[in-house]
Ligand binder design. Structure first.
Ligand code: ZN
Length: 134
C-alpha cells in the first residue's frame, strides 16, 4: 500500500455555518461545496488546501456518528483520509496485515469517492479512511 497523498482531514463541528465562517475569515480559504451524506447523517463542507482538503462535518441527527463523537470527545479532528489506488485490494492488504476494518467493502462517500474506514483500535487511535476517485 502506498497512498498518493492525504486526500482530506475530517473535522467534527457542532455548527457548520460558523465553522465555515471561521475557516474563510481566519485562513482565507473558500468553501467550494456543501454536501449532505444521508448515509452517514452528516452535512459536509469542503476547502482545498493544496491537493488536500479540509472536510468539516456536522451531524444531521443526534444519533449520527459525528454527534456521538462530539458528545464523547468534543469538536476536533475526526479522521484522516488517504488517497489510494485500487481500494478493494488495499483493504484486503491491510486486513491481511491484521488491521480491523470498519468497512469490509468500499461505499460511496462525499464528493463521489469510494471510501472505507479502518478501525482506530488498530491504527494507533486514528480513525483512518481510504478513498479512491473512480
Ligand atoms: Zn472523510
Amino acid at each position: 500500500m502506498k497512498p498518493t497523498h492525504i486526500e482530506h482531514i475530517g473535522i467534527a463541528v457542532k455548527d457548520l455555518e460558523s465553522a465555515i465562517a471561521f475557516y474563510e475569515k481566519t485562513y482565507g480559504f473558500e468553501c467550494y461545496k456543501i454536501e449532505e451524506v444521508a448515509d452517514q447523517k452528516v452535512r459536509t463542507a469542503f476547502f482545498m488546501v493544496g491537493q488536500t482538503k479540509i472536510e468539516l462535518l456536522e451531524s444531521t441527527s443526534p444519533e449520527g456518528p459525528i454527534a456521538k463523537f462530539i458528545e464523547k470527545k468534543g469538536e476536533g479532528i475526526h479522521h484522516l483520509a488517504f488517497a489510494v489506488q485500487g481500494i478493494e485490494e488495499q483493504l484486503a492488504h491491510v486486513e491481511s496485515a491484521g488491521v480491523t476494518l470498519i468497512d469490509k467493502a468500499p461505499r460511496k462517500g462525499a464528493e463521489g469517492l469510494d471510501i472505507a474506514f479502518l478501525h482506530p483500535k488498530s491504527t494507533f487511535g486514528v480513525l483512518t479512511e481510504l478513498c479512491e476517485k473512480k
